[in-house]
Structures are given as structure tokens and as C-alpha cells.
Write a protein that binds this ligand. Sequence first.
Ligand code: PEP
Length: 255
Amino acid sequence: MSKEKIIIANWKMKISLSESKQLAQDLIDPLKEIKGIEIAVAPNFLSVCDVADILKDTSLKICSQDAFWEQQGAYTGEISPQLLKEAGCEFIIIGHSERRKFMMENYEMIHKKTKLVLETEGVTPVVCIGENWDERKTDRRDFVLFDQLQQALGGLKFGQGDRIIVAYEPIWAIGSGTAIEPAEAEYAHKVIRLTLNDMFGKDVVDENFQIIYGGSINSSNVVGFLGLENIDGMLVGGASLNAEEFAKVIKSFNK
Ligand code: PEP
């Protein structure tokens, strides 16, 4: 499995179809020289095909913001991993805290989605976990991470070449404008890695897993996260909506 660092842009539902196309176009030039780092963008569902088409001759990859837990059937309004793959997606975000909050996504749904994405050849799940402010303040973070990993991934099997990304996103840092201290992120990533080692064995984790950080990363604070042992990349929201700013984040991370 590629051990390059990965940076994923989460555009959420913040920009229109035409703005998504423009942003994809605007990223091509500033990112064309970047090597040794994997980059993906996650447009809204409606924009995936157009953005994939615009980026088809570049090294930039496409990520979906969600997927359903069945491949096909009478599920009005849903989109399956297979359809997303057909549309050009190579990554699929699962269990983002905004979906847990606004769409009432629960542990069972997240587990089923993760399992199906893993079973779909050619797409990699990006499973989001993270504690809220109350949990952090009352020192329950480690247990919350342990519990969310167990619920999302418990019982799953990983074969050679299977790849899975865990995104640590402290809910209280998302969209706040202030990332957490890099040392705190490194500690949480260590907890995640050790939990995964306990669940699946160190060899499987070293081979199949990457752990990335998300929560108010921008070009000014990203430098603090460079070179940390357990941070394999970034999930970037707000700062990815401006091509110049996102390119700066990538260039700093790539140094
Ligand atoms: C996110 O919601 O995945 C995210 C990282 O957002 P932001 O960078 O805006 O905090």
C-alpha cells in the first residue's frame, strides 16, 4: 500500500455545482508540480462527475462525502459505493460528525457503510471519528475513540492490499477556526493506532491503515503538524475552498 501522506479536501455542501467546477479547474495549475503526496477532493454528489472529468488528466483524485450501505435496490435518494466508483471516486468518507449529527447516522449504519466500501474494489473508506467538547473536557476522549473504532470496524477483515483511512476529527475543532495543538493530535493518533493494533495486529495496521487529522487546518497552522510520527495526512474543510490557500496547505505539508 502507498505510504505517501494524503490530503483530502472536504467541500461539504458549501459551494454550488458551477463553483465546484471552477475550484477543480483552479487547483490544476498550482498543484501540477506536487509529487510524493496523494491529494483528493470531495465535492457534493451532484458535482462528482463533472469534477472527476475536469481532473481526469491530473494526479488529483476524487472522494465522496458519503455512501449508502447497499450496492443496489429500492433506496430512494441513496448512492452506492459501486455507483461512486463508476463516477470516478477512489475514496469515500464515512461517518462524518455532521452526518452523525444532522442525519442521525448511528454506529450500525457507519459499520455497514464501512464494510461495504471495503468490499468494493477500487474505493477506500475514510472513517471519521472524534470526541465532542464535553467528552474532551471530562477526559473521556480515549474511551470515545476506542468505542467509535470498535463500533465502526469491529469484526472487519483486512486482506492484502485493502486500505482504510481513519480520520481523527475532534468535533469541537471542526469549523472553529482553531486546530487542536499538534501534540494533542499526535497523542490521539497514538491512541487510535494502539487501539487498532489491539484490534487487528500491528502488521495489519502498518500495512492497511492510515490515520489522518481533520479540524480547522489551514496554511498557517499546518506546519505544526509536519513530521509527527502518527499523522499520515489531513482532512481539510474550510481552507480547501480556496485554491490558493489549499495549495499552500499542501505545499507546506509536502516540504
Ligand atoms: C471537516 O469537517 O472534515 C473539516 C476538517 O472541516 P474544517 O477544516 O473546516 O474544520
